[in-house]
Design a protein around this ligand. Sequence first.
Ligand code: PSU
Ligand code: MN
Length: 303
Amino acid sequence: MVHAKLAPAVADALNSGGAVVALESTLIAHGLPYPDNLQVAKQLESDVENNGAVPATIAIIDGEIKVGLNESDLEKIAQGAEIRKIGPRDLPAVISKKESAATTVASTSAIAHSVGIKLFATGGLGGVHRDANLSFDESADLTTLAQTPIAVVAAGVKSILDVLATLERLETLGVLVIGYQTNVFPGFYQTESGIDLEWRFDSAAEIANLIKTHSSLSTQSAIVIANPVAKELELPKKLHDDVLATGMAAAKKAGITGKAATPFLLEFFHRETKGESLRVNIDVVRGNASLAAKIAAELSSSR
Ligand code: PSU
Ligand code: MN
């Protein structure tokens, strides 16, 4: 990737082998409502700093790939109802048109890896949608993670997806999935999805060592570090399942498909749970940003 503009703190840290954590902008622009999302964007950066790493929020601003955003960039993304949500394939279009855009897990990973960032924190990954056998809707997050050696901390995949099918695809695509202090794959808004994991790691140091080993083998795919939300913070199961069922029906009725599906359902959840799911979503991403920073700090200090 060429021509990425690095914030000074990010450039310094990368040049000196310091700890850096990439953060994405789609979850700010299209996953959370304004103005809460602006506060969350700043909070995530502080969480990364407080856990020993430099935050690098990634977005496209006026046709420029930016790694590390300033105040006005963050504001632009946060207000971005009309800001596009873009995957890796869209980069040449948005850059040549000098537009601004929010990057997904896929495009954020690709950009972060290209500038040498090893850790990335998000909320929940995209994956295989429930009607994918008919719609072919599978997130570009999966195919990008198959060819991008970066470690992504996520609370599993969004529960609006077909979780089992997504895990099957991750296996096929060669993406290692490990649990942080858990044997069960997390369920985004919930601590557990009910699906067992094959690998469990219990400390940031152990995961830093895993990442070093992964690099030494020149593996070209990503590692997903599945970090569940604490049990006492999760969305109650009945509420979750009820809202999911009505949300899927509402999306179908409104003819919502493709890129719009995830933002529509997240917003539906936030509205129907009267902000409960928003609170959980924020707890989820904050927990992931903190863990990613701890791992990045371990990785940097053990060089
Ligand atoms: N995680 C969140 N909120 C989000 C997303 C992830 O907690 O809004 C975004 C990510 O940017 C992810 C995208 O890449 O949703 C997946 O969208 P799709 O299903 O259209 O590929
Ligand atoms: Mn999709």
